[in-house]
Design a protein around this ligand. Structure first.
Ligand code: SF4
Length: 298
């Protein structure tokens, strides 16, 4: 029998090492929103640019209007929950009248070249008159019955009054004594800024994204009822995706520079063509690629 050379013997693995379990390769946790965006790009190439191009041709390229200061935008958005924008404008104006304050005047309407005053893009009301932010400290301290009475024109006052006070309290207590100022959010990474705002009681991803997109230009898509419906019908998002999931999908689906236009155009399409009950598909330029009409649309 051939003797085993000392060298070959030494090269063998010791018994303990051979028994050691192989290190398991850690698999990266998959992100369903990113996976959806990649699959859509592969299976329906060019869908997002097609939608944006057709809608911009139909409604015009959206303007980027200057909006209110961030706290006013936040409170106005709370007031607009489940009511028409004209009602929330009335309620916001009532806050200015009941709790006036000195401060920079913000302009909410835009003057077109022909002199016509227009509401901000994506906003359903007529736009607020120029004015300063109300006295936030007085609103936070106001007796709740009094505040409810002031904002009654906006509807759902019993829910919105405590929500506004809780939001103001949270902002004051979590901004190191700077008062009611959210300017620091503009310097944060977009989703970090959204996480900060969604810690505010009563503020979800939609409201947070509205404030961050319109006040700071952060590329976060607010998914309201129109964006939700139109996106699911076209198939930009899965048919059963809720707004929360859609917020995450749009983060991966859109280039940062397209977020504002996508938001405004999808809202306009929902209001003017893709109606909830009777969508006008016969005059819709998205029809050739809409999954509402054809489950296999490209
Ligand atoms: S084709 Fe019809 S359902 Fe599809 S986006 Fe246009 S209006 Fe809406």
């Amino acid at each position: 029998m051939k003797p085993v050379s000392p060298q070959r013997g030494a090269a063998r693995k010791p018994a303990a090492a051979a028994a050691r379990p192989k290190p398991t390769r850690r698999r990266k946790k998959s992100d369903p929103a990113r996976t959806w965006a990649r699959t859509l790009a592969r299976k329906r190439p060019g869908l997002v640019p097609f939608v944006l191009h057709e809608l911009a041709a139909l409604y015009g390229t959206p303007r980027r209007d200057t909006r209110l200061d961030p706290v006013s935008e936040l409170v106005l958005t709370i007031l607009s929950q489940n009511t028409a924008d004209v009602n929330s404008e009335r309620a916001f104006q009532a806050l200015r009248d009941a709790y006036p304050a000195e401060g920079p005047v913000t302009v909410h309407r835009v003057t077109a070249p022909d002199g016509t005053e227009l509401p901000p893009e994506g906003w359903g009301g007529r736009g607020l008159d120029p004015g300063s932010a109300p006295d936030w400290a007085a609103i936070e301290r106001a007796p709740i019955d009094e505040l409810m009475e002031v904002i009654r024109p906006g509807g759902l006052a019993p829910q919105k009054a405590p929500r506004i006070q809780a939001a103001l309290r949270h902002i004051r207590e979590h901004t190191d004594g700077v008062g009611y100022d959210l300017a620091f959010l503009g310097a944060l990474e977009p989703r970090e800024a959204r996480d900060w705002l969604t810690q505010v009681p009563g503020i979800g991803k939609k409201t947070a994204s509205i404030v961050l997109l319109f006040c700071f230009g952060l590329p976060l898509m607010p998914v309201d009822t129109h964006v939700d419906r139109v996106s699911r019908r076209i198939g930009l998002v899965p048919p059963k995706a809720g707004p929360d999931e859609q917020h995450e999908i749009y983060w991966h689906l859109l280039a940062p520079e397209d977020v504002h236009a996508a938001h405004v155009l999808l809202i306009q399409h929902g209001r003017r063509t893709c109606d909830a009950r009777r969508p006008a598909c016969d005059r819709c330029p998205l029809a050739p690629r809409c999954r509402f009409l054809d489950a296999k649309a490209p």
